[in-house]
Each structure stands twice: as C-alpha cells, then as structure tokens.
Design a protein around this ligand. Structure first.
Ligand code: HEM
Length: 494
C-alpha cells in the first residue's frame, strides 16, 4: 500500500497539492463522480495525473483505516517535506513519502526467527541423540515423505547398514531403533523445509504488494538464499560423517566434521540474528513513526540520548559483547563437534589445575605440516582438550563482560543517560549469562546429558537474542521512519 502511495505522490505539484489539501477531497473521492471529473475542466491537468490523484485519495483513505483514530493527522501530509531542495523547488517539485514497512512484516520476521530458534534446538537434539547420520541421501523434494511401507523401511535400513556409523558403532541396532533416529533426523529436515516455505512465500507476497523498502527487499532476499544454502550446508556436513575413509582409520569415531558442524550452526545463528534484528527494527520503526516512541523515550528526546558520548560508548561495547557471545557459541560448536565435553568433567579446574599442561594444549601430534607451522590452529580447532579450554576461557570472558556491562548501567550518569528499555535488557542479558554458564557447567559435570546440552544450546541463542535486542534499543530510527515521523508531527502542529 505504501509503495502505491509513493507511486502516487511523485506526480504531485504545488497546484495539485493545494487540491489535495482541500476539505472537499474526501467528499470528491467518496462521491459517485470520479475525482477527475471535479478537476479536469478547471485545471487542465493531464488525465493520468488526475487518475493518480484518485489513487492517492484512496491510498490516504486506506492509510487512515490503518491508523485508526490518528488518521486525521495525516489527511494533509504535504510532500514538500520530502523535497530534496526545498528552497529552489518547493512549489514545483514534490517527493514521495518513502515506503515504511508495516508491523505485519515485523511480526512475520519474528515468527521466522522463532522457527529458526526451534530448528536450532531440534538440530542440537538430533546431534545429541546421534540421529544425524541416519538418512544417507539428500532428496530435497521427495525426502519430505518418510518410508511408508515395510519394504521402504527395509530399504532405508539397508542403506543405513552400509554407513560407517552402523558398521563401527551401531551394528546391533534393530529396525525399531533405526526408526527412532530416522524420525529425529527426518523431523529436522522437514522443519528446514517449513522454515524455507514460511519465509519465501510471505516474502514474495510482501514484495509483490510493495510493503518492503528496496534495502529490505535485498536483505530479505539474501536471507532466503541463506536458508537454501543452509540446507546444502547441512547435507555437506552429514556427508563428512558418511565417508568410507573412516573405516580405514583405526579408532576413528563416525561423526561429522567439527568445521562443517560449526559452519552449519554458525549460518543458522546468523540467519536467526538477521531475522530477529530486522523484525525488531521494522516494528520499532513503525512505532516511532506512528506513535513517536522509542525504547521508552519520546521521539523528541531520542536524538540527544543517541548522541550522548557515554551512550555511544556503551553501544559500541554492547556490539562487541554481542560478537563475543557469537564467538563463544561457535567455540561451543567445536566442543560439540569433537565430543570435547566428555573430557575434563570438572569445573573450574582441568585435571586439578586451571589449565592443562602446555604440551597437551599444543600437542605436536595434531600438526600435519613438516615444519609444524599449523601447530597452533590445529590444536585450537582439533584438539579436544584445547577446544574445551578455549570454550571455557571465552565463556568466562563473555560472562564477566556481560556482568560488567550490566554494572556499568548502574552508574548514576549511565542510569540517567540510557533508555529504560536498554537498562532492562542489560539485566536480562546478565541473568541469561548466569543461566548459560550454570547450564554449561552442569552439562560438563554430568557428561553431556541430552536435555542439559540441548538447554545449553538454546540458552546461547537466548543470550544472543537479549544482546541483539539491547543493541537495537540504541539504534537510530531509519531514514524513512524519520520522514514519516516528521510528516505526522508537522501535521499535528496547529
Ligand atoms: C556464555 C557462555 C556460553 C555460551 C554462549 C556457550 C555456548 C555453547 C554452544 C552454542 C555450544 C554448542 C552446542 C551444540 O552444538 O550442541 C556449547 C557446547 C558446550 N558448552 Fe558451552 N557455552 C557457554 C558456557 C559454557 C561453560 C561455562 C561451560 C563449562 C565449562 C560450557 C560447556 C559446554 C560443553 C561441555 C559443550 C558441549 C555440549 C555438547 O556436546 O553438546 N559452556 N556451548
């Protein structure tokens, strides 16, 4: 609808603006006579301009319907507010009100992020129940149906029996056991398709009905591509656990590559963060434009707050901390991928000391280059003791930083400067960091039980969400939002 308003306004001139602001406009539009019948003889405007005026009139009426009781404020929004060069062209040129995405777009994005949250948890349970390698093919379309007859189940089980996981670990598995792990992986894959469809169809609808800004269209299209890529990445990860080479390596454990697991989880988390932050931004932009509220502040008070140097510094720290939470989560994916939670099941010590000995952390056996130039990174990413140690260090740093960020909001100057919402979110983030560390420690002490490990994974996304919301509470409204706000405020003035 707003796209339509934009199209309609770009033809307006000073003359037609005057006509539009006429109190007769609505009478003209709602009367049986078409609008151009009222104007054409008097103005000699080309008929397409007048038809556009009618469209604009209808747009205004439907816009008013959306805004409900506030609608009269908008009746006479004058496009000159949006002139690029007011002094030179104020009377000749008019510029459109840019598209402002409605709350339905924001709500859809939040729903999509909730679906991605759900699939992240289901993916974690799939891995923890060792179900991820049960389907040995990737059939994006036909794979939506599970085996339906006994013959199909036998066939599927036969394929699984050919995999290294069955041969090395599960050779005594029955068909009923197989069905359990099959259904887990199948549910994960079906959810992936649901996420894709629930994103792409509304995206097409919103784009078609012009409810997205151009920037948003590009961004959301990139997210749609990322969902497709994530499906491919999931299969690429599974392939690494099906490789026949594992059978030739003495003592090899059939599991997926920790690199591919981290890439798959990382992409899911990026997608989740992008959907959540974009959805929140759309809703907040709308609220700012229509109600003039932002993070518990009135629109007029926002600019000084956002320009305040201590708020800017706080915002930079908050973004840094958000990146740290992401990095810690990624290091957790390496712990999960290497089953590194099954060593050193104590906390805070590791084998009676704060850190394992250096020759264990930087074990030369992991280096593959003759000159050992890969000693560092291979140990950091492939040695379970080092990977667990890194995760602990990053987790404790994240925890302390969240605590510091929260305590900094208690300082009187910061209390006075920060919006109330930001302070509340800082408490939430710190509370979630406490829960997350407690879950991580208990997961370790109890040798990675499925419910605790799954809750630990979900906790990392909850912590990340609180940090994203916190950072967004200090984001400046978008350009289009400001223009809409400006127009609405100007109309309110007597
Ligand atoms: C802010 C703090 C933390 C964050 C954001 C975080 C995040 C994560 C993530 C995302 C995973 C991957 C889960 C998966 O893919 O299944 C993970 C795994 C793990 N984390 Fe943490 N973690 C944190 C703190 C801790 C602490 C303090 C410990 C205890 C030392 C810990 C121990 C573990 C263990 C043992 C695993 C492997 C669980 C498995 O195999 O599924 N975490 N962590």
């Amino acid at each position: 609808m707003f796209g339509g308003l934009r199209t309609a306004t770009h033809v307006l001139t000073a003359h037609t603006r005057a006509a539009l602001n006429s109190p007769n406009l609505y009478r003209n539009i709602s009367s049986a006579r078409p609008l151009h019948a009222h104007f054409s003889s008097a103005t000699h405007r080309p008929s397409h301009v007048l038809q556009r005026l009618e469209i604009l009139g209808r747009q205004r009426r439907s816009f008013n319907a959306i805004l409900g009781s506030r609608s009269p404020l908008l009746l006479g929004i004058e496009p000159r507010f949006f002139s690029a060069n007011r002094s030179a062209h104020a009377n000749e040129q008019a510029h459109p009100l840019p598209t402002l995405s409605p709350p339905s777009v924001g709500r859809w994005l939040l729903l999509s992020s909730a679906l991605v949250f759900g699939i992240i948890v289901v993916g974690g349970v799939t891995r923890l129940t060792e179900s991820g390698l049960s389907i040995s093919e990737w059939r994006p379309i036909t794979g939506i149906l599970p085996p339906l007859s006994q013959a199909q189940w036998d066939e599927e089980f036969r394929k699984y029996q050919a995999t290294p996981e069955f041969k090395i670990l599960n050779h005594s598995m029955t068909l009923d056991d197989f069905k359990r792990i099959f259904y887990m992986e199948w549910a994960h894959r079906v959810m992936g398709r649901v996420v894709g469809v629930a994103f792409v169809l509304p995206l097409a609808y919103f784009a078609f009905t012009r409810k997205l800004t151009r920037g948003l269209t590009t961004r959301l299209s990139a997210m749609a591509l990322l969902i497709g890529f994530q499906g491919f990445l999931g299969w690429y990860m599974v392939q690494s656990g099906l490789s026949e080479d594992l059978l030739d390596q003495p003592g090899a454990v059939p599991r997926v590559s920790q690199y591919r697991l981290a890439a798959h989880l990382g992409t899911a988390v990026v997608l989740y963060g992008a959907m959540l932050s974009t959805g929140l931004a759309v809703l907040r932009d709308w609220k700012f434009a229509i109600q003039g509220k932002w993070s518990g502040l009135l629109a007029k008070d926002l600019e000084p707050v956002l320009k305040n140097p201590i708020v800017r510094k706080f915002r930079r720290r908050a973004w840094l901390l958000t990146s740290l939470v992401f990095l810690t989560a990624m290091s957790g994916a390496f712990v999960a991928g290497l089953d590194a939670g099954l060593v050193y099941n104590e906390f805070p010590l590791m084998g009676g000391r704060l850190a394992p000995p250096t020759d264990e952390l930087m074990n030369p056996a992991y280096a593959k280059q003759a000159d050992k130039s890969d000693l560092w990174w291979r140990n950091l990413l492939e040695n379970p003791s080092t990977v667990q140690f890194d995760h602990r260090v990053l987790a404790v740093t994240t925890y302390l930083s969240t605590g510091l960020l929260y305590t900094s909001t208690l300082a009187p100057a910061m209390r006075a400067a920060l919006p109330a919402l930001t302070r509340r979110l800082a408490v939430t983030a710190f509370a979630l960091a406490n829960v997350q560390v407690a879950l991580g420690i208990t997961t370790l002490l109890y040798l990675v039980p499925v419910p605790l490990a799954a809750a630990h994974q979900a906790g990392s996304i909850a912590l990340l969400s609180s940090m994203i919301a916190l950072c967004l509470s200090l984001r400046a409204p978008g350009g289009a939002t400001k223009l809409w706000r400006q127009a609405i405020t100007a109309k309110r003035k007597p």
